[in-house]
Design a protein around this ligand. Sequence first.
Ligand code: PLP
Length: 371
Amino acid sequence: MLRKERLFTPGPTPLLPAAQLALASAGMHHRTAEFRALYRGVLAGLQTFIGTRNDVLMLAASGTGAMEAAVANLTSPGERVLVLTAGKFGERWRDLARAYGCEVDVVSVPYGETFSLDAVRAQLSPQTRAVFVQATESSTGARHDVRAIADILRGSDSLLIVDAITGLGTTTFDVDAWNIGVIIGGSQKALMAPPGVAYLAVSERAWQRMEQGRSPRYYFDLRRERQAAAKGESAYTPAIAVIAALGAALDYLRTVGDGDLAAGRDLLIANAEAAAALTAIAAPSGLDSSNIVRAFRERFGAHVANGQGEMKGKLFRIAHIGYYDYLDTIGVIAALEQVLAGLGVEVQLGTGVRAAQDVFARSAAVGATAP
Ligand SMILES: *Cc1c(COP(=O)(O)O)cnc(C)c1O
């Protein structure tokens, strides 16, 4: 039997065909007018995509590079910061802040859960300089209430720094109204491009804070990147091909939105609902989820994700981020039925597919998006 390779992982996500074409044909040099036009266009598009008037920057890095840039530029050794963690990516904020010598307070809840706002309030102190959180904790699929957390910080001195690497394009944010200091995304999630570019929006308050920062930074010095961006360039050699792919993805969203990029983004967000970005499923008891992940790959060429951190072996994750549609949903549910049956789980083939078909038939959104 033939098998197509398909990504159902929460990054990288399936590539938009137009983004692949752009990648393959991006042979330009970066100190040219042609590149500057591309760069400025993508920065402006990202600003609309994020929904902010703040400065947007791109870095040649995976998403974690922008997370490190936020910590390096906005904190100083010995400063108190608060990390909200509910999984592997929250732990990454904690470890990064510690690596830069911060005094790290932590609100930690079990994998799969989200924070009580009272616990967040209780851990905030007048000395808290920054609060770090994920929008969506991709290791479990839990979406955190960024707006409510932003409300708690209103009027305080703390900067809110949001890892929305999975959140952007799957969740609606009002970055400026919620006073988000820095919000971070990555090319390989909802934007349907390969990994290699991290992007972030930086508020005026964050720029001011940066002037007082005492942590070392060089490649990730955002002030230097801002100066370059003002000239339509990056400080160092950019990920030219990935930026071209991002340009194609933003054009696609503009087309889907009938010429309005923000409308296209909203359709993309609606497409990832109702489970926000990914569906995390507990393996049937007694069955290691690694076997499910392997069977998906070996039998169907379908890449789903295992649990991460302490959830490894316990759950598997199916993403619906970015370039992903109804037939993908039906296909992956059908494959899941076969995979479970093959592993000795009692399943009635067609039960899951039928349930999904029923939901689709009732959905008002049928045929709402095209090109
Ligand atoms: C994908 C992802 C990351 C990024 O990780 P990289 O591998 O560095 O790109 C960080 N945080 C979240 C919430 C993610 O989903």
